[in-house]
Design a protein around this ligand. Structure first.
Ligand SMILES: Cc1ncc(COP(=O)(O)O)c(C=O)c1O
Length: 385
């Protein structure tokens, strides 16, 4: 039995009540009462004019790639330090992911490197908001405008975060969210696409509805619906949306709880950072995070390995994160890089994540104590070795 896991899905209150209500209402397929309510709640949280729930962030990213009209020969610039779905959406369209390095402070895509990687083949930028902290979207939007590129946010981890006062999900032409059970707001599996560029709205509805204009039919705009474009089945059923609705209604409380845990870690571990034993997350001054993740960057890979084992022996799970996509077997086959990837490699080798979930209580103090024990026991021996 693991004493303190990295993540634990938590029920906030009305989930089961709403699932029962969805059954009572008699529609279990999508686009019923709860789908509409979730779309409206996501529009409220993100301040985006249009949200569509999907069955995952992976699905929302695939929709974004279809909306970008990607095809063979097209290129999309993105970070290599991300989840595989960011790149797979591009590869599924037979376009080429072009990976660039990340900023060493924020771990988000570096706009200067994006600008340097643009070619006549570039069609889009997929920016990831790592750990829930928005990427530098104004700088990326300027590059996108200058080269007529679509700017897509992979906001899988960023629901509730803001950048210069504007919420994640409202910052690009399109944005993809995840409600996987490891995220802040959850429905087991789940996601959403927000659409800020009105040119994409009608086609997004069609793509989500198997390439048909069924959404227009439901609104009464056309008297029958038919196959009008490429598409797939990206619409979740009402059971998922009813559960998600209860979580979305509690988004502020969930983010607040996680941010208080984040602040506690930050306060307690800053002395280690002051002694340059670890690097802690950096919150840019114009950004408010959502407490999605708290990570440490260790001095080197060996020390990270020892740390993970030390914590596991004390029943605390502190895993590393992404293996750089450009160096993975499929990355070598389907993608290319622009510029060196030194920061990506170092971060991938040295990052560990600390337990973070809504129901994490006083155990946060145990985690902090164990982290401090590790450095008081291991670090001096190592630096003296
Ligand atoms: C950055 C990023 N993009 C995409 C995804 C995929 O999300 P989902 O599991 O909802 O498809 C994840 C999931 O962890 C992620 O972290």
């Amino acid at each position: 039995m693991v004493k303190i896991p990295l993540n634990k899905p938590s029920l906030i209150g009305n989930e089961i009540k709403y699932v029962r209500d969805a059954v009572r209402r008699g529609q279990l397929s999508g686009d019923g009462f709860y789908t509409k309510r979730c779309n409206a709640l996501i529009e409220e949280i993100t301040q985006s004019p249009k949200a569509l729930v999907t069955h995952s962030c992976t699905a929302a990213l695939e929709m974004a790639a279809l909306l970008c009209d990607l095809g063979p020969g097209d290129e999309v610039i993105l970070p290599s330090f991300t989840f595989v779905s960011t790149a797979n959406a591009i590869v599924l369209r037979r376009a080429t992911p072009v990976f660039v390095d990340i900023d060493p402070a924020t771990l988000n895509i570096d706009p200067a490197r994006v600008a340097a990687a643009v070619t006549p083949q570039t069609k889009a930028i997929f920016a990831v908001h790592y750990a829930g902290f928005p990427a530098d979207m104004d700088a990326l939007a300027e590059i996108a405008r200058a080269h007529d590129l679509v700017l897509v946010e992979d906001a899988a981890q960023a629901l509730g975060s803001t950048y210069k006062g504007r919420p994640a999900g409202s910052l690009g032409d399109l944005a993809a969210f995840s409600f996987h059970e490891t995220k802040n707001v959850i429905s087991g599996e789940g996601g959403a696409l927000t659409i800020n560029n009105p040119a994409f709205v009608e086609r997004a509805e069609i793509i989500r509805e198997k390439g048909t204009n069924r959404s227009r039919f439901i609104r009464g705009d056309v008297d029958k619906y038919t196959w009008v474009d490429v598409g797939s089945s990206y619409l979740p059923g009402e059971l998922i949306s009813s559960f998600l609705c209860a979580q979305l209604e509690a988004e502020k409380a969930i983010s607040a709880r996680r941010l208080s845990l984040f602040d506690r870690y930050q306060e307690a571990l800053t002395p280690l950072a002051d002694r340059e034993l670890v690097q802690l997350p950096v919150t840019p001054s114009d950004t408010i995070g959502n407490g999605h993740m708290f990570y440490l960057l260790m001095p080197d890979q060996n020390m990270r390995h020892d740390f993970i084992n030390f914590m596991r022996e004390r029943d605390v799970i502190t895993p590393f994160h992404y293996i750089p996509l450009h160096s993975a077997p499929a990355g070598e086959k389907f993608s290319r890089t622009h510029g060196d990837m030194a920061v990506t490699k170092r971060v991938s080798d040295t990052l560990v994540r600390l337990p973070m979930f809504f129901d994490l209580g006083s155990e946060v103090e145990d985690v902090i104590d164990h982290v401090n024990d590790f450095f008081s026991q291991s670090a001096p021996q190592r630096s003296g070795a």
